[in-house]
Design a protein around this ligand. Structure first.
Ligand SMILES: Cc1cc2nc3c(=O)[nH]c(=O)nc-3n(C[C@H](O)[C@H](O)[C@H](O)COP(=O)(O)OP(=O)(O)OC[C@H]3O[C@@H](n4cnc5c(N)ncnc54)[C@H](O)[C@@H]3O)c2cc1C
Length: 471
């Protein structure tokens, strides 16, 4: 018999299980797939010897995670690799703007926008120790209200509004827009500046790093640590109904509302069920993984130093792409987020060969094949790219949801993170449900999308307090 059962072994499910096991609970994690990890997984998607990240590739918030900082993950084989530059953003004239690990180096290269970058992104970097609890946690009384207010003044704005007001150079505006577009919202929406500021600051606070060997290594380290605490993980064990589980005092679901309703709908009060039914999912993703015979031949040489490359040219082009996906249209020139891990981690491909990972945003549940448009975008800034392709794997939004039911319509954020749904993910109760002992611990709770485990941490803390009387 178990004290607690966790459904789903994504980074949040495993983190919840670790918190419970640390408190002495006997805990098991049940995972539907044959391999644990959810959004932190790797596989040979193209050719033997080429290790691709099936979901997450770049992990600033994993390094910045206040919970994971306390875990001995390095002792379980997790080794972070820092690319020479965090983000490269190429332009049609063959130049590029770069976000470096060093704030000062980045500022120096931004010329007349350097001061504005310091006052916006730099302000978050400087204040990160006072902001991290608010950014990477649920809504609570702030410990540093003045700093939070200073951050909020910029963060609540739209990315397009802040970039245009703060920066005078189109190149700096484009750099900020590319980072903010990770938020999967049109860039004229409130709060998109907050995504740009927080993720931009992570370039300098934690680094946009990658685990040696791929994202699966994060999962392996979390699983190993859980096992060392006496926890268990059972893969290939899909839960089809909460009522079919063995008895346990607490059940924590690493699920977004739609799959949760499927397995627990009957036991939830009607009003709460309706709240979950109203939860909104956002745009989807079309993903491509490439096996390459050579590094990507960027025209802007600086992009060869970057772990991540944002392909979309100017702010207005990126904004148009994001608005199109949001409004149900396909962008002719989609904004492409690309990572090139083997430039820094040769262990993931045969000698001299490479993998690359990329995706663009598309309308929710779109069935369109965006491969040609995505590759045209890469080719635009890296002529000869197509000649390097040995093999490719593509995933439509439907494929993404089929692999993980949390990602409804291919929404990799497990729900829209706009101002209406930011503080009430997935309802005002956040991790709790009206059913005693039943909790939600997925990225559909605060602080939301990303590989950081903080949703699982806070959900488990609440379960420990309410069910086990441990604060
Ligand atoms: C294509 C893509 C790219 C991404 N890129 C990045 C990135 O670069 N950096 C980053 O930080 N984040 C990235 N993310 C987001 C990140 O992967 C997620 O935010 C994170 O994995 C959420 O973790 P989670 O634990 O909440 O849930 P998930 O990772 O979604 O895990 C949920 C688990 O529950 C399992 N499950 C579902 N239903 C059941 C059931 N009935 N029974 C048993 N098990 C079940 C699923 O199989 C899955 O393993 C990306 C996601 C995708 C899809």
């Amino acid at each position: 018999m178990f004290d607690a059962i966790v459904i789903g072994s994504g980074p949040n499910g495993l983190s919840a299980a670790i918190v419970l096991a640390q408190a002495g609970c006997k805990v098991v994690v049940l995972e539907a797939n044959q391999t644990p990890g959810g959004g932190a997984s790797s596989a040979e998607l193209t050719l033997p010897g080429f290790v691709h990240d099936t979901c997450s590739a770049i992990h600033p918030f994993a390094i910045a995670s206040p919970f994971w900082r306390t875990l001995p993950l390095a002792a379980h084989g997790l080794k972070w690799i820092e690319p020479s530059a965090m983000v490269g953003h190429p332009f049609d004239d063959g130049s590029a703007v770069m976000a470096e690990r060093s704030l000062e180096t980045t500022i120096a290269a931004l010329g007349r926008d350097g001061g504005a970058y310091r006052r916006t992104v730099g302000m978050v970097v400087q204040n990160w120790p006072r902001l991290e609890r608010a950014v990477l946690g649920p809504l609570t009384l702030p410990r540093h209200p003045l700093v939070l207010a200073q951050f909020g003044r910029h963060a609540l704005r739209s990315a397009a509004g802040l970039a245009t007001a703060a920066f005078s150079d189109e190149r700096t505006r484009a750099l900020f827009a590319g980072i903010a577009a990770h938020g999967m919202l049109p860039l004229d929406r409130a709060l998109t500046a907050g995504v740009g500021l927080a993720l931009g600051a992570m370039c300098h606070v934690a680094g946009w790093q990658m685990p040696r060997g791929g994202a699966q290594r994060i999962t392996t380290a979390l699983v190993q640590h859980l096992l060392s605490l006496g926890g268990e993980v059972v893969a290939g064990s899909k839960v089809t109904g909460i009522d079919k589980l063995p008895p346990a005092r607490a059940v924590l679901c690493d699920l977004s509302p739609r799959p949760l309703l499927r397995i627990a709908g009957d036991m939830l009060p009607a009003a709460y069920r309706r709240q979950l039914e109203r939860y909104r999912y956002g745009m989807g993703v079309f993903k491509v993984d490439w096996a390459l015979s050579a590094p990507i031949p960027w025209r802007a040489g600086a992009c060869r130093r970057a772990g991540t490359v944002h392909i979309g040219g100017t702010l207005s082009e990126i904004a148009a792409s994001e608005t199109a996906a949001w409004e149900g249209r396909l962008a002719e020139r989609p904004f492409v987020l690309l990572s090139q891990p083997t430039l820094f981690d040769p262990s993931r491909a045969p000698v001299g060969q490479h993998v690359a990972w990329g995706y663009c945003h598309v309308p929710r549940a779109s069935t369109a094949d965006m491969l040609d448009r995505v590759e045209r975008q890469v080719e635009r800034f890296a002529p000869g790219f197509r000649d390097c392709i040995l093999a490719r794997s593509t995933l439509t939004p439907a494929d993404i949801e089929a692999r993980n039911p949390n990602l409804v319509g291919g929404d990799i954020a497990a729900g829209v993170t706009d101002i209406r749904q930011f503080f009430t993910r997935p309802t005002w109760r956040n991790y709790s449900t009206p059913v005693k002992g039943l909790y939600i611990c997925s990225a559909s709770t605060p602080p939301g999308v990303g590989v950081h485990g903080m949703c699982g941490y806070y959900a488990a803390k609440r379960a420990l307090k309410e069910v086990f009387g441990v604060s």
